[in-house]
Unconditional design. Sequence first.
Lengths: 152, 152
Amino acid sequence: MNEPRIAFLLAMAHRAMTDRLHQWLAEEGREALRPAHGYTFRFLAEGGVVTSVELGQRLGVSKQAATKIAAELEEWGYVVRRPHPTDGRARALGLTQRGLDYISHVDGLWDEAEAEWAALIGPERLEETREAIAAYVEHASAKGAPLLRPVW
Amino acid sequence: MNEPRIAFLLAMAHRAMTDRLHQWLAEEGREALRPAHGYTFRFLAEGGVVTSVELGQRLGVSKQAATKIAAELEEWGYVVRRPHPTDGRARALGLTQRGLDYISHVDGLWDEAEAEWAALIGPERLEETREAIAAYVEHASAKGAPLLRPVW
DNA sequence: ATCGTAAAGTAAACCAGGTTGTCCATCTAG
DNA sequence: CTAGATGGACAACCTGGTTTACTTTACGAT
């Protein structure tokens, strides 16, 4: 295969990194959360009052699907649902301590995965790569992509 | 958000590029094929006699799923199934002229998408980015990832 | 004050794209 | 020439989502 398409390489590299992450998590005997769970953590960690509807918008799925994801995370002890402070219809989603611990642990694993890559090409080139990709993503999302969510 | 995770950027960029492709295809009024169909085309275009089982291995799905994909493509006129030249149990998959036309058309669209990116950061930096990603993908697949298929 | 519409949540039916399990026909090694 | 392996087809099922429909609460305009 000559000059693989960069879109293909993006997908393969993403796959390889997340496989690495899941491998480490499996070795530690942790539940395998799906990417959608990870993005939920990031969103909730930003702070503020978050409802299922808002989570769905962020994830790019229906509110029903978002509710289901939040319910799973609640069952596993990562998320709590409290009454919403100002809106009697809504429930406010938040991370438990267990959720916060998980997110910081996974952050460390991402660091490791990036370090493996940096070991191959050097940290400077990796940083340039990050910026090159970020430039395209910003361009594409500015251009009014209706919703720019990752593929999963 | 500080320094987004590169894994996240990879997913977003891949999503943005494929969205762009689908947008163009939709504007041309073509059927929206899924990524799995595209990878099937690439595989069949390599030439040689290909069976459903082999297609499944390449795509990283069961032979039943591969058969279903091939059946769709046959129904739409992109693929033919002929008797296998040497094995009476098997059917040989191949591209029709319509399939070949489709693949070369899509290749042109990928060129356009890459050109948009190159316009942002320059063709040299894009080439460096491609190489940086390719290096990681090769490393990861050499390291014995059981099967390195893209995420879809 | 209250009425009408919008919005959050929940539930149920459905759908797409995969899986596993089973079976038959054919191939191939011994 | 027989026994096990393999390609393919069919069916049942699973998962993660969607759509549709309904209840309850919020809230702006009259």
